[in-house]
Ligand binder design. Structure first.
Ligand code: FAD
Length: 287
């Protein structure tokens, strides 16, 4: 199903997974997706070589297993920096033969020695994918993209990207919902009118939180720091603090009428279950 159609009908609930890397097999990744689907997500997105993991070749395969095996809508990510039109055409053919209609159009991170070929920004990729008949999502950044010093400049670029044909947006992780509400208001004023789905990362350790926020330039509110100080060095207490914080965050978002909630699941079904139960308890989802 096209995600634009889902978002036209209801507030969404979805998960992100990454394709197998290291020792994980494709079958294990499919098992993760199957377990996440027990929470009835509207879709599952599959990353494309995120964090330089080099596992992009498996994105379409995992997406096919989600669509055909698990029976849920898949959103396949695609980064374009360093890719040619021929590369993108081949990927789109792969997606189409896998029955995948939704793609998240991304520039990807710049890497030393990698040059742009046919696409400089995600806004160059968006119309190309639209022409191929895909439903196209794109990334947005409530606190501004890490390479862009001023949020106002990033919003100008976001407006160009959306006007190039984006059907919906998914946010970078954020920990202070007020940052999102402010961003939503700014988008509205700029006439960025597509649905904005909130991407939420339940953190599970201090180290992971530091790495994620440093990579993407998101800030850590004092409230989060205080909870982690209370958890001390105990890994179980740190993880519990992160899950609890994310549950409170998504309940507040649900109560403030967001277009959708997308959980960065880190391939952990227990995170999916915890987020689902908080949203059932607050009435955003039915049991
Ligand atoms: P763009 O929208 O192209 O923006 C990149 C930068 O260029 C921004 O600073 C923007 O302000 C600036 N810019 C844009 N247009 C212009 C212009 N016309 N003139 C001047 N400056 C401009 N990475 C992966 O490798 N794999 C993934 O699967 C993946 N999934 C992601 C999912 C989500 C929801 C998000 C939020 C991010 C994801 N990323 C992923 C990370 C993403 O690739 C990086 O954040 C990347 O640095 C920017 O990608 P973008 O598509 O937002 O870029």
């Amino acid at each position: 199903m096209r995600i634009s159609d889902i978002l036209a009908q209801r507030q969404s609930f979805s998960f992100e997974i990454f394709p197998p890397k290291g020792d994980m097999s494709v079958e294990q990744a499919e098992k993760v997706a199957t377990e996440l689907c027990e929470n009835n997500p509207d879709w599952i997105s599959v990353t494309f070589s995120a964090g330089g993991s080099g596992n992009s070749k498996r994105t379409a395969d995992i997406g096919r297993r989600i669509e055909r095996g698990v029976g849920t809508t898949a959103l396949a990510h695609l980064t374009c920096f360093g890719s040619s039109r021929t590369d993108v055409d081949a990927y789109v053919r792969q997606l189409q033969s896998a029955g995948i209609e939704n793609v998240l159009a991304l520039r990807g991170d710049r890497a030393p020695g990698r040059e742009a070929i046919d696409f400089f920004y995600a806004s160059d990729l968006v119309p190309y994918l639209k022409e191929a008949g895909m439903c196209v999502g794109a990334a947005c950044y409530p606190e501004g993209h890490v390479e862009c010093e001023y949020l106002s400049d990033d919003l100008e670029h976001l407006k160009i990207k959306v006007d190039a044909g984006v059907d919906f947006l998914v946010t970078q992780l954020f920990f202070d919902n007020d940052d999102f509400y402010r961003f939503r208001e700014l988008c509205d004023r700029k006439r960025i009118k597509v649905p904005i789905v909130c991407g939420i990362m339940p953190f599970t350790s201090v180290k992971q939180l530091q790495r994620m926020t440093f990579n993407c330039g998101a800030s850590i509110p004092a409230r989060v720091v205080k909870r982690l100080v209370a958890a001390g060095d105990d890994p179980t207490a740190q993880a519990a603090a992160g899950i609890r914080y994310a549950q409170e965050q998504i309940v507040d978002l649900a109560q403030n009428g967001v277009d959708g909630i997308h959980i960065y699941s880190m391939n952990r079904p227990e995170i999916g279950r915890a987020m689902h139960s908080a949203l059932v308890d607050c009435g955003y989802l039915s049991a």
